[in-house]
Write a protein that binds this ligand. Structure first.
Ligand code: TXA
Ligand code: MG
Length: 308
């Protein structure tokens, strides 16, 4: 059900869950004032309760009420990248955030989305928790049709068109005196060097208790079996997820252009979802692309999507 900004604000204030557009992906939103609505989000998504949610605000000053101390460079990072696809995980005063939103941790992730309708709703309602709008494990929703496919027509959704970035925010966490990337996202690692004086590192899950709880779970996966390869075997006869500039011996499903990782990211989840709409059982993914910048995020999403 498509709803207006006013209707969304009203429903959130009443303790209901609504889907909202952001520049990264759509989110399933609940007001921080309604812990029961926050629990409904976990049920709707089928999300494990130990996977915390990001708090979305519409200004940096709203974050101060949740914290007593801020890590170095917090404000510089916020000023450089907000509103936008950056989430910063920082220590909080635990009592200021419902326990179910933070999975019992003493930190929370914060972000100011760059989407006018959603910022207006946050101004009306106050801070919102918002995980990506998708069933747990599946590709995130990047347009209202995706939300309706996953949650049915009865879930209220604000139509903001297709999400501009198409992949989730980059998450940074301050750990052992440095900012680390705990989830690759729409902002490449290189972009932080100017502000931090170093490039934050990303470590794939190295322990049973990763800094980012989401790393423990399966993500972004369509039904179709995906095989990743940077060299297409000559005897392969199925469809290939590949690039505009390349010719393949079998049918091509276009991921986009090698000249624009931004456009590949933008369409990535829609393409993964379409594999299922088209009942494609198996696909080979051409992984022969650069290993820098936003391509690293794209590669990581494809690798996760291919895990079975
Ligand atoms: O772009 C985005 O970030 C989207 C849009 C809707 O804003 N949201 C999003 O939320 O991707 P979600 O819940 O799908 O992913 C949030 C990730 C999870 O992997 C979670 O484990 C991690 O952030 N996270 C949240 N709070 C955390 C915390 N306090 N410490 C470490 N990781 C945290
Ligand atoms: Mg998600």
């Amino acid at each position: 059900m498509r709803i207006t900004i006013e209707e969304a604000s009203h429903l959130l204030n009443q303790g209901q869950v609504v889907a909202l557009p952001t520049e990264t992906v759509y989110g399933l939103a609940a007001s921080l004032k309604h812990p029961e609505a926050i629990s409904d989000i976990y049920k709707l998504k089928g999300r494990p309760s130990n996977n915390p949610l990001i708090v979305h605000v519409s200004s940096i000053s709203q974050i101060y009420e949740f914290t007593s101390s801020l890590p170095p460079h917090f404000e510089e990072l916020g000023q450089a990248f907000w509103p936008g696809p950056l989430t910063l995980v920082i220590p909080i005063k635990s009592e200021t955030i419902p326990q179910n939103a933070r999975a019992n941790l003493t930190t929370s992730g914060f972000r100011i989305p760059a989407q006018k309708q959603t910022c207006q709703i946050i101004d009306n309602v106050g801070p919102l928790v918002m995980p990506s709008a998708n069933l747990s494990g599946k590709p995130s929703g990047t347009n209202p049709n995706h939300i309706e496919t996953d949650f049915g027509l009865s879930l209220p959704v604000v139509d903001g068109g297709s999400s501009e970035c198409g992949v989730e925010s980059t998450i940074l966490c301050y750990h052992q005196n440095r900012w680390e990337i705990i989830r690759l996202g729409a902002i490449p690692a290189e972009a932080f060097t100017k502000i931090l004086g170093y490039q934050p590192v990303f470590k794939e899950k190295t322990s049973e208790k990763p800094l980012c709880p989401g790393q423990m779970y399966r993500h972004y996966a369509p039904q179709a079996k995906m095989h990743l390869s940077d060299q297409i075997p000559t005897n392969y006869s199925g469809p290939i997820l590949g690039f505009k500039e390349r010719n393949y011996l079998t049918s091509k499903i276009e991921l986009g252009s090698l000249a624009s990782p931004e456009s590949v990211a933008e369409n990535l989840y829609a393409i993964l979802r379409k594999l299922d709409d088209d009942k494609i059982q198996e696909v080979l993914v051409d992984m022969d692309f650069p290993q820098t910048g936003l391509w690293l995020t794209i590669a990581e999403r494809l690798r996760k999507a291919a895990l079975s």
